[in-house]
Design a protein around this ligand. Sequence first.
Ligand code: GLN
Length: 543
Amino acid sequence: MTTRFIFITGGVVSSLGKGLASAALGALLQARGYRVRVRKLDPYLNIDPGTMSPIEHGEVFVTDDGAETDLDLGHYERFTGVAATKSDNVTTGRIYSDVLGKERRGDYLGGTVQVIPHVTDAIKKFVVADLHDEDFIICEIGGTVGDIESLPFLEAIRQLGNELGSSRAMFIHLTLVPYLSAAGELKTKPTQHSVKELQSVGIRPDMVVCRCDRPIPESQRNKIGLFCNIRPDAVVPALDVDTIYQVPIDYHDDGFDGQVLRHFGLSTTPTLDLDAWRQIVNRIREPDGEVKIAVVGKYTDLPDAYKSLSEALSHGGIANNVRVNLDWISSETFEEENTVEQLSDVHAILVPGGFGQRGAEGKMRAARFAREHMLPYFGICFGMQMAVIEAARNLAGLPNAGSTEFGPCDDPVVGLMTEWQKGNATERRASGDNMGGTMRLGAYPASLEARTHIAEIYGINEIAERHRHRYEVNINYREPLETAGLKFSGLSPDGMLPETVELVDHPWFIGVQYHPELKSRPFEPHPLFSSFVAAAIDQSRLV
Ligand code: GLN
């Protein structure tokens, strides 16, 4: 079957949830038996989001093949179950860097290198590359129509639309229909303007999806259709929801996927069975109980910085039929004496990934509190490293233990990785290397020791999980740490890199060097998160 392309643009304002809209459409088409892949074009000049602060950009989502990508790819994976790859996200920076690389090599044979056609050709090539018999490629264009930076992307998809024809290409525009309380009315003008803006670059949307905080009356939909030159039934509402897993259900009820199929001349029968989604939503809305989990991190003011993490915790809740209430705490809070006591009323503590020294001592205090009070503790990447340093200092008699990430120290129990195995090759890094794209990235295998807590949770001994870090627990400290009760329960296949640790005399104290949250999905909650939430439930019964 020939692949069809659905381009999703956004207008009026940013943060309308284009990523979720793309993911939800992907899920609906997939539920109809189609093969789907979702891609994203990001207009900024960074080569990838890897060097951006989470506060700036939100979480960096890492793929199995080691790409650092936009967090929307996490939504795509969670909604469609299709693992994203490096061919699913590109930025203007990457496109320009490739074009300029070719220019320096002389590949343009003396020609003048221009945005059109060279940059637009590179974008088009990216959109249609690396296909695997997909029925649909859904391609989200980041940013808002009207931004200077997204122009080359819009031009590229306009050209693609022409080349493919409407039987193989469709344009969907997501806009905002605001309610003006002073006027007591929903306003369609911003949508009209935004569609006009899109038309001015030669793209006529086939469908307009309108974000709104209340139902949009038919009269207003007709008006949008009339002014935007679209059939009224191709004006689809996208109303606010209490859980993101309701989005595909609502879209379907409002005819979103039906309109898409009609556009391509495909059958809309048989009717779609979305019971699996309804079950997830019911479990979220009507849990049997609640637990409170503290997330002690550095970027706690911006929930997007920990998107996959909060989703994975909610999946752990779904698996156990409980609501997981998250208490986001800035780790710097705990750098003052006696503040850590505020953790007494939570049922579990999680310290997520992070970078840099700021707040690190507070994270170690949180780990110590969990260790001493027998509270479930889950340390992810940096959260594992901090738990190891804490155990080294306070259990293993190494008061000067530290991480070389914070500068030289006497006992570097966490140190810079300069060499590791990737498949059959050796990757090498030095301390002065570039920051971008040089971490240990992507899926790596690890072997779990039989009869450890973590092996029991996974139910298998060989795992592969996604990594994103520069530093690593130093295997040379294994002996004193294990003697003190912190077991190195999982290692890289060559036995050189500690992948997981656990406290032996503790109900649930696990650190992992990788990011398990990146692989958790609502229909397949990650076993570590299910088990961690179950431990929090046990804890809640004790207090
Ligand atoms: N800063 C640490 C490192 O680079 C941890 C990174 C992380 O938590 N993802 O190793």
